[in-house]
Design a protein. Structure first.
Lengths: 68, 385, 304
């Protein structure tokens, strides 16, 4: 239910926001990327995968390791 | 009073900004880049109260990561990743009741474990007019573990590129062949498979904010137990679901960006968890950034978790004293310095991670004596050419 | 860190080009410039109409073919920008107008036959291009010319590439089409002189560019005067006759490509229309009108 709600919320937001292409300078900055430092993200995913029970996130996971 | 942009300026800017040599996001790289990162993390020693006999030292791990990204023609990009990791130390073997009835740990590897892991992956991505699609294959090897995996990901932009829908799939085929299997009566050779699918939707909210929501589903089957533990028997099927929400917000006056990621997770081992990740990217000068990070994590225990191994229990019944299946909370904080020298940049990161049952957001029926604390240092360099 | 301004001049796209960079070392600057020249050469060899092996020539050879020709994304986006120019100029900026060169020869200073012109007009019109997804079906004898788009796009592409390669301050100049990468040190803008249409040794005006691009269009050399009437090399695709609007115009915008489109369209419009249209855009510009008068809101030390 929460999921459906958040998708509906997004759809509503999409309908009302119109950010023009030339207004997207800040959004294009590296620190605004979903994955702004791929190596750091990969390292964190790997470390926390070996220390905690949870995994999975925004993308489908890669391969496993003997660490978990 | 700023007058609204003319119709012609809007139309011409829009079509010009879509040109691949100009588009800032979602375009294939124009230049190649090479990145390397070396990290060391060391788990804190356990105390004599936790481990009455033997080694107190836990893992000390070095990780080397390489990444090469290169444009392939105009519409493709090539990604090559290689990682190498060396670890030494010891890990909890089994858990018994101490003299006061509290659980105590018995460590494996009196002489210490030495292991290394190497991984390579190769990916190609195609950048189309309204999205991108890519695939990757990877291979990871340890002396007792091998994983082969493939993944695919496709995304499509809608609504003047303000909305992006991404679907990704991956499959991993792993083999486990524990060392000294005969001597310790461990399993000889086992397999496990994992498949996952993730769907994410991201939306530009305004010129300084965007939001992403994602759902991922993973199914694992095969040998999911830990072959090195004396008594560890887990179900051979596991379904995991993760629901993530991410926000990126740029504060113009402060010249900094907030990255906030929250994930809710649950699986059919009975584990639920919350993860909150906050990072603040502060631009100090044009070429220098400071990035403080804070992370909170908490999970509930697996249904079959026990902090004192019951050796009388039949192996057909699930049981594990793995601290990673206990209920606990963990707080970590870190600080990164990023210096950009033009063609190349360097990142220095320090992080401290402390897990404790007191930080748990879930009920802790059986606290684990083996929770981990570690300190990490990383140095990364990126070079574009 | 000491940074020095490095210059490199070269010929590309049939004109003089120059790259200025603030770089710490001469070696890395030389490497960078080589990389940028490679990129401009790539675009030139892809879109030049002077070489048979260019992709543009291949597109033009496909005119009349039933199977059409598959267009890659970069070129597709250039077509989309060209369509945007066509719409915003009410059909005056038309990349299919190049066929008029078959009868107009500005070096021979001759006026073509009206009947010859009439015969060409049916071959002009962006809307006559047919698309089936990303396959272009071009009617026989039609011709595409990305003049007024590709050089400006190349300037922006070089600026983007230089940024990716770590350049934080620099200026790309492709024969008068400029793209800035940041400002000069201490936030000083780049001073850019604009050549006088009648005397290339004189300056008509100058601009201060802090970011984005600057492009100029004008009757610089390729026009002639016959029996007291000036014939501009800029031709109206609807009549086939030269436009008699502004003599020259320079426009600054967020991108060189945008500035270039504004400058080209302004040259094709009637004089007053052009000035009104540019004023409405809010962009800084400088122009010289048919009587040789210089004006525009970009005149007095304007910055972008």
């Amino acid at each position: 239910m929460r999921l459906i709600l958040s998708f509906i919320m997004l759809a509503l937001l999409a309908a009302c926001s119109q950010v023009q292409p030339w207004e997207r300078g800040y959004l294009a900055k590296q620190e605004m990327a979903w994955d702004s430092d791929p190596l750091e993200r990969a390292l964190n995913d790997h470390i926390f995968f070996s220390k905690e029970a949870s995994s999975g996130g925004n993308t489908a996971a890669g391969g496993g390791c003997g660490c978990n | 009073m700023k007058k609204p942009a003319s119709r012609s300026l809007i139309a011409l800017s829009t079509s010009a900004l879509a040109l691949p040599g100009i588009a800032e996001a979602d375009a294939p790289p124009l230049a190649s880049s090479l990145s390397y990162k070396i990290s060391n993390y060391q788990e804190d020693d356990l105390s004599r109260e936790q481990v009455p006999f033997g080694e107190l030292e836990r893992y000390d791990i070095d990780v080397h990561q390489f990444q090469f990204v290169s444009p392939l023609g105009r519409d493709y990009a090539l990604f090559i990743d290689a990682n190498h990791e060396n670890m030494s130390g010891a890990s909890p073997w089994f858990s018994t009741a101490g003299s006061n009835g509290q659980p105590v740990i018995n460590m494996s590897g009196a002489s210490g474990i030495y292991d290394s892991r190497s991984e390579v992956s190769l990916g190609v991505r195609y950048y189309g007019a309204r999205g991108k699609i890519g695939g990757a294959i990877g291979y990871s090897e340890e002396n007792d573990y091998r994983a082969k995996y493939v993944s695919m990901s496709g995304s499509r932009n809608f609504n003047n590129d303000l909305t992006t829908l991404t679907v990704s799939l991956s499959h991993s085929d792993d083999s486990i062949f524990p060392s000294d299997a005969e001597r310790f009566n461990r399993v000889r050779h086992e397999n496990k498979q994992a498949s996952s699918v993730a769907v994410s939707l991201s939306q530009v909210l305004n010129p300084v904010a965007s939001f992403q929501t994602a759902l991922s589903l993973t199914g694992q089957s095969g040998y999911l137990s830990d072959p090195y533990k004396l008594q560890d028997s887990r179900p051979d099927e596991k379904t995991q679901i993760a629901f993530s929400n991410s926000l990126r917000y740029f504060f113009i006056k402060a010249d900094g960006a907030l990255q906030s990621d929250y994930r809710y997770y649950r699986d059919d081992f009975g584990i639920r968890s919350h993860t909150l990740d906050l990072s603040w990217f502060q631009n100090v000068t044009r070429s220098f950034k400071i990035v403080p990070m804070l992370r909170y994590y908490s999970q509930s225990a697996a249904d079959f978790y026990t902090n004192i191994d019951d050796f009388m229990k039949p192996l057909s019944e699930s049981q594990s004293s793995d601290y990673r299946l206990s209920a606990f909370g963990a707080i970590s904080g870190g600080l990164s310095f990023v210096a950009d020298f033009g063609g190349w940049s360097a990142t220095l990161t320090a992080e401290r991670y402390v897990a404790n049952e007191k930080y748990s957001a879930f009920t802790v029926a059986q606290p684990s004596p083996g929770l981990v604390q570690f300190t990490r240092l990383s140095l990364g360099v990126d070079y574009a050419f | 860190m000491s940074t020095n301004l490095r210059h490199a001049g070269f010929r590309a796209m049939g004109t003089y080009c120059e790259i200025q960079l603030y770089e710490a070392s001469r070696i890395s600057a030389a490497k960078l410039v080589r990389r940028l020249i490679d990129e401009v050469s790539r675009l030139e060899s892809k879109y030049t109409r002077y070489r048979d092996d260019s992709f543009l020539s291949e597109i033009n050879r496909s005119a009349g073919k039933q199977t059409g020709i598959k267009i890659d994304i970069e070129t597709l986006k250039l077509f989309e920008h060209a369509r945007s120019c066509y719409e915003q100029s009410d059909g005056l900026f038309d990349i299919t107008a190049g066929v008029l060169r078959r009868v107009w020869d500005f070096s021979r200073r001759q006026i073509p036959d009206e009947s010859e012109l009439e015969g060409l007009l049916p071959l002009i019109g962006y809307e006559k291009l047919n698309w089936r997804d990303d396959t272009l079906l071009m009617p026989a004898n039609m011709e595409i010319d990305f003049g007024g788009i590709v050089k400006e796009y190349a300037a922006d592409t070089l600026a983007t590439l230089a940024r990716e390669l770590g350049v934080r301050r620099g200026l790309v100049n492709l024969g008068g089409d400029f793209a800035a990468i940041g400002t000069q040190p201490e936030n000083r803008p780049w001073p850019i002189g604009i050549t006088h249409p009648e005397d290339s040794t004189k300056m008509m005006s100058h601009f201060h560019l802090s970011e984005g691009g600057l492009a100029s269009s004008g009757d610089y050399e390729r026009s002639f005067i016959l029996e007291g009437k000036r014939y501009s090399h800029l031709l109206n695709p609807k009549t086939g006759w030269p436009c008699s609007g502004l003599r020259a115009v320079s426009v600054a915008a967020n991108l060189c490509t945008v500035a270039g489109s504004f400058a080209t369209i302004a040259m094709l419009k009637p004089e007053q229309d052009a000035i009104d249209w540019l004023t409405d855009s809010g962009l800084p510009f400088v122009f010289m009108d048919g009587t040789g008068q210089i004006g525009g809101p970009g005149l007095t030390d304007s910055s972008y």
